[in-house]
Design a protein around this ligand. Sequence first.
Ligand SMILES: [Zn+2]
Length: 368
Amino acid sequence: MKRVFWCKNCVVMSTRPRVTFNKDGICSACQWMVEKKKLNWVKRQKQLDKLLNQQKSNKTFQCITAVSGGKDGSYITYNLKHKKKINPLAVTIRPPLEQELGKKNLNNFVRSGYQHIHVTPDETAMQKLNKLGFTDYGHPYYGWLVSIHTAVIRVAHEMNIPLVFYSEDGEVEYGGDAKYKYEGVYGVDYQASNYMEGFHKDILNKAKLTKEQAYWFTFPSKQDLKKTKIQITHWSFYENWDPYRNYMVAKKHCGLEESKSLNTGTYTNFGQTDQKLYFLHVYLMYLKYGFGRATMDAGIDVRRGAMSRDQAVQLVKLYDNAPPEDYYDEYCDYYKMKKNDFLQTIDKWANKNLFEKKNRWEPKFEIK
Ligand SMILES: [Zn+2]
């Protein structure tokens, strides 16, 4: 059990996996924010141009962008097409329990002038992996999490487009393992070891999928990957990452619409509008580590100077503890679980050092 405290500058919590703090109690995300101001972005833009130039001989598409119809993927695809004047192929992996707004936003994005492939992995396999993820590992959409990596790489390999853009490196931007702070490009091995939570093989074995079902949930073979030599990178390496700016640009140029009400568990109404299991994911994150979506959103807002730390603390207190109860029946239907089993699974993942159960799980700590 880690000692519980919060960043002195923002609201990042000490329980966040892989986060570090300096001797003044400032988290790695805040330290990075300061460092970014002095960073040589011109040099990094040149690195980006070089990377894109290497793909010029690739006749039709010069890169792939992973998009959901949300602000970030739309923003980077817009920039690649209109600022960098290259032709990106946008790829979406259809999520479980899609939201209407997410579908609409994805359509709006495509109709703003982007070429796009929609991949729908086998839905039975997706459901199995998501359910096993929830019951056995505390990851309610593990199947989808895997496929947004493996299936995108499958498309890159099959279409021979060896450059793939993801939005931001969350580890560097929001506090975590900053291994790739100074190195922009990585390969499939790093992706597999860092984004699959270490139980990819395990869960595939448990799910007993057929070879056909497993296709989009697994990487191409090592031999195949040797041939294509896919390079993976994050846009946040080349330009100061600002989710709010991305939102404004996507709204203006890609038809992005925000939710009419506030999103569950936070005070914002944009971001993560594509699927409903996300709300369960952040609630489990809250029960496991003690911080939820409002902490993440408020941390970003403090670091970009849009909010004081005191305001952030108030918002965290108000919004973080938000069981997404309105969706529970839908979750039970999807997982094919009895309500009681579903609730017991949630209880199983609550960190009993941090929470105690009253009417609902209540924190034993208070953010200061
Ligand atoms: Zn901080």
